[in-house]
Structures are given as structure tokens and as C-alpha cells.
Design a protein around this ligand. Structure first.
Ligand code: SF4
Ligand code: SF4
Length: 405
């Protein structure tokens, strides 16, 4: 399969030919009149900002960094990178306490894990939501992801010996979501890779990829995380000869693209060794590996391609894997943003826009009425489950359920 790979950003605003195609694809512009839109916020604004930082517009904070403008642009202008880079360079406002809490996924996970049942119970209470709405401006209509009592890292450490016995190995960048909220997804990945004769190892030590730190105005801390993670990935790739696989499209895009393009952290020597697990698995199957599927698996699956997966052009791997499962009726949902964009949709000022952006997707899911919605992004999962009531699973979990134990 020949892929057109995502091009490294040069913040190439001069290549804008002012066609305005990006404005038609920007989900925020459709629902928020305060937002100037990708063309004005990106290439047009950049010309002015370079003359005088005075022209920086604080309304750029409404950009969700979904990258749909970049997918649409016929001139390959890295519009979203221009906007995020301008926010990093010129925005002098301090992150609010709320933004620090929402962006500290690693820290919050470490705090919450030992008390997971209590935290999960308390965050579901109406009174807790009202207090958080009134004090922190986290919208009371938002549901919070549950924490797990056991981390994925501790589980995999307990199975390190048996994993090391496989003839081939990969390293897994599991991300905060798998470690603190859904270790089951990590175990599902281990099950599928083991069925292919591949063992799974942890990186020496990983930190949160930093995507929420970038979008919440904490780029210094994000840079420290990026430097740490690239060192850990380098040890796995260069010293141990491993491919690094991931199960979150946003973590993957951040490590491969945002680290060099927004944070200036060089990853050129390891970038191509960081892959979504769906791509890694598909490529192994293409080379002749096989998976034994259950004969009693029958599901109607509707696939939502997350925005960052669209940007990487890798939704096709998830799609092809799910289509391989006998007994799956596969439906590709229209390309559309779900509206949550990580921490964006949790903020009171963005809640209405977030739900309005996702409404066409929610409507289509209800019309399709699938058994499962498939999606490679954890925050899309939270948004779709909260807004439609349908269960959302990562394609890796679907694959793990569909293969023989
Ligand atoms: S789509 Fe690309 S070329 Fe067209 S206006 Fe937007 S940035 Fe410029
Ligand atoms: S990244 Fe998304 S929200 Fe931001 S300008 Fe582009 S399309 Fe609009």
C-alpha cells in the first residue's frame, strides 16, 4: 500500500493562495462567530504578526487544533501549526487553574488511581459537577472518564517475563488514558500482538505526550515531556531495535508532528519508528502473518475517523483491519469532528460549540444504529458515548474480541 505521508511543517504561510477552502472545513467557524477562521488566523494573520506582535488575536484560543483545515488545503499550508505556533509565541495570558488541572493528565491519574472507586463516584455526582462548573468553569453537563484502580504499567511489569519470551518485540507508548483509565485497551493490544508472535515491552519511562499542555498554554512543560519521551523512544528504537506502537491517534500525531513542528524537539531519527498499532498490525498481516478469528463474532460496526487520524491519513488501517473480521458489517461514518478536541469541550465557554460541532456525527450514528462505534481516540470516545449513549471501542479492542483466545 502506497501512502502519502504527512509532510513536516515549514510554517509555510507564503504558499496560501487565498482560496478559502479551509474556511469551509473549519468546524469551529461554523458555530462560533468569535473565531476568525483558519485563513485569517493562519496565513493572513501570520503576515501581520511577523510585522508586529500587536496583531496577535486572542481569539485564536478557539482553534481546536483539529487540523481539518490542513487536510483540506490544496496548497499544503500547515494552517493549524501556524495558529498553534502563534499561540505559543505571542499569547502572554497565564493558564487558569482549570486549564492546569485538565492538562495534567499524568498527575491527575497518579492522584486518582489509588482512590479510583471514590473518585469515580464523586465525579458522577450532580453536586460535584455543579461545584466544578461554578468554581472552575468545567461544564456541569460533561461526563468524566472513569479511573482504574490498577495501572497498565503495573500489569505489564507483572507479565514482563512472558512478554520477553516472544521471538519479536515492540515497545508500547500507552499514554495516560490506557495507564490510568482503560488498561483493558493495553491488555487487548498485548493479546493481538501476542497472537502475531510479538511481545510487548514498556518504554524505559514515558510521560504524557503533552498535547493537552500545548493547547492549554503550557508549552514549556510540554517541551520537557517531549524531550523526555523522545529520549525514551530513542533508547527503544536505537539501542533495542524496537518499533514503538501506540493506540491513541492524538498521542501519535503529537509525538511524530507536534514535537518538531511546535516544540522544536528533533525526532527525525525515530519519527518513522513510531506507528499506530493498527498500521503495524496491518503491515504484518500484509507480509503474511495471520490471525484466527472467531466464527461466532457478528457485529455492526460504525467507524469514526478521529481528526488527527484523518491528518495522518491512517484511518485506512483501522478500516482494513475491521473489514478483515468475518461477521463484521462495516460502516464508515462521514468525516466529521466530534467536537470535544481533548480538553476543549470540557470548558464551560466551549461546551455549546463542542456539542453543536458534534451534532451531525451524533445524528448519523443514531441513524446507523450500530452495535459498536469504533474510534482510535479516547476523547472522541468520551464525547460520542456521552452524547449518543452508544458504546465506543478502539479498533484494537474490537480485534482482540474478534480473535480466538
Ligand atoms: S485552503 Fe490553504 S491555500 Fe486556501 S486559503 Fe486556506 S490556507 Fe490558503
Ligand atoms: S485546526 Fe481545526 S479549528 Fe483550528 S482553524 Fe483548523 S479547522 Fe479550524
Amino acid at each position: 500500500m502506497k501512502l502519502q505521508e504527512y509532510t513536516i511543517s515549514k510554517h509555510n504561510f507564503e504558499e496560501c493562495m487565498k482560496c478559502t477552502v479551509c474556511t469551509a472545513y473549519c468546524p469551529v467557524l461554523q458555530v462560533n462567530p468569535m473565531y476568525p477562521g483558519p485563513k485569517q488566523a493562519g496565513p493572513d494573520g501570520e503576515r501581520l504578526r511577523l510585522k508586529d506582535p500587536y496583531f496577535f488575536n486572542y481569539a485564536l484560543k478557539y482553534c481546536m487544533n483539529c487540523k481539518r483545515c490542513e487536510v483540506a488545503c490544496p496548497s499544503d499550508v500547515n494552517v493549524a501549526d501556524l495558529i498553534q505556533a502563534a499561540r505559543i509565541r505571542y499569547d502572554r495570558s497565564k493558564p487558569k487553574l482549570r486549564d492546569r488541572i485538565l492538562a495534567s493528565t499524568d498527575f491527575m491519574g497518579t492522584l486518582a488511581r489509588p482512590f479510583a472507586p471514590v473518585v469515580n463516584g464523586v465525579t458522577r455526582l450532580g453536586v460535584t459537577k455543579s461545584v466544578m462548573d461554578a468554581t472552575l468553569k468545567i461544564d456541569h453537563r460533561r461526563s468524566f472518564p472513569k479511573y482504574s484502580s490498577r495501572s497498565f504499567e503495573s500489569w505489564l511489569r507483572r507479565h514482563a517475563k512472558e512478554q520477553a519470551a516472544f521471538p519479536e518485540q515492540v515497545a508500547y507508548f500507552h499514554g495516560c488514558y490506557v495507564n490510568y483509565n482503560n488498561p483493558g485497551l493495553g491488555r487487548d493490544l498485548v493479546k493481538v500482538l501476542n497472537a502475531l508472535g510479538v511481545g510487548v515491552q514498556l518504554l524505559e519511562k514515558e510521560k504524557c505526550c503533552g498535547i493537552a499542555l500545548i493547547t492549554n498554554g503550557m508549552s514549556d512543560k510540554a517541551t520537557r515531556h517531549a524531550t523526555h519521551n523522545i529520549d525514551a523512544i530513542r533508547k527503544a528504537v536505537t539501542d533495542r531495535g524496537l518499533t514503538v506502537v501506540t493506540t491513541s491517534s492524538s498521542c501519535t500525531l503529537t509525538i511524530r508532528e507536534e514535537y518538531p513542528n511546535l516544540l522544536g524537539v528533533d525526532n527525525a531519527d525515530v519519527r518513522d519508528s513510531v506507528l499506530m498499532a493498527t498500521r503495524y498490525i496491518f503491515e504484518r498481516l500484509e507480509k503474511g502473518a495471520t490471525l484466527r478469528f472467531r466464527t461466532d463474532y457478528h457485529k455492526k460496526i460504525a467507524y469514526h475517523t478521529p481528526c488527527h487520524m484523518e491528518r495522518m491519513g491512517w484511518g485506512v488501517f483501522s478500516e482494513k483491519l475491521m473489514r478483515m473480521i468475518p461477521g463484521v458489517e462495516f460502516i464508515q461514518l462521514d468525516s466529521a469532528c466530534c467536537g470535544i478536541a481533548g480538553t476543549y469541550g470540557f470548558k464551560k465557554e466551549n461546551y455549546e460549540a463542542s456539542q453543536a460541532i458534534g451534532a451531525p456525527l451524533f445524528e448519523q450514528i443514531r441513524a446507523v444504529n450500530p452495535d459498536i462505534v469504533a474510534c482510535d481516540c479516547e476523547t472522541c470516545k468520551w464525547q460520542i458515548e456521552m452524547s449518543t449513549g452508544y458504546t465506543v471501542e478502539n479498533p484494537i479492542s474490537i480485534l482482540a474480541d474478534a480473535i480466538e483466545s
